[in-house]
Design a protein. Structure first.
Length: 77
């Protein structure tokens, strides 16, 4: 049995791809989803994805990718 609501995005996909969805709305849309972490990880690995994935916006994922790249960068570069 699942611990919470799962994949609400399948019921109303248009809400997840609406223009101008901000971080607060993204978290609200995905709040409580059983697949939140897996969805966010999937989206982080695929820069071409648009819309809300795993409670994050495209801009948030871009920023997270930049942070992760900077953390992997050797010191002194």
């Amino acid at each position: 049995m699942e611990s919470g609501p799962a994949a609400r995005c399948r019921a109303d996909p248009e809400a997840y791809f609406a223009a101008g969805v901000g971080p607060g709305r993204a978290r609200e849309l995905c709040g409580g989803c059983s697949f939140l972490d897996a969805c966010a990880a999937y989206a982080l690995e695929r820069p071409s994805l648009r819309g809300v994935w795993g409670g994050t916006t495209q801009r948030e994922r871009q920023a997270a990718r930049r942070r992760m790249a900077a953390e992997r960068e050797p010191p002194g570069r």
